[in-house]
Design a protein. Sequence first.
Length: 230
Amino acid sequence: MTSTVDLETEATGPVRVDLTFEPGARRVRVPHGVTLFDAASWNGIAIDSTCGGHGTCKKCKVQVLDGAVAPSEPDARAFTPEELRQGWRLACRAQALADTRVAVPPLVTRPKAATVGVGRQVILRPAVQKRYLELAEPSLQDQMTDAERVLAALDDLEPRIDLDVLRTLGRVLRAADYKVTAVVVDDVLIGVEPGDTSARRYGIAFDLGTTTVVATLLDLSTGTPAAVTL
């Protein structure tokens, strides 16, 4: 005797859930556990954000109208207790764990999009983040290590530090009078740069053709090409 398994349900919950975005009653079906920000982006629904969904700009505010979405720690810092009771959440931290209806406010800022390469609009969500830090110098009363000092200033990201960064961290901090920019990719601190370089973030997109390779240098802050070469 064989038993059948509901393909839409696992022991931990449904495989997929239905989300309805207002206004317009736009219904989408997404994998269980994805964030509302990702679900909207995948389906061409623009949610305001300047950090690309990393939970730092606190602009991706949405209101959960139906369905239970527990508030996260960033939500508690972004909203008042009354707003939390009204269902306001940061879309990049709200997981789709059940069928949910969500209201998306009108955009305040223009979405960062690129129209290069694939010939269609692409919402940028770069993994690279830059944070300008002004750190306190060590003293007899404050004897934290250089690494601890930087990580304490990045408490909402909690990255691990690349070994090459550790080797040069002390020298960079002292040369820059402890005013530096931390460069984080996903959950790794890959660099610490002297001064404030937070406005400079670039990536390279390659278009591989049959006879030609085109490289485009993209400004990750705006999604616009800064240079193109063959």
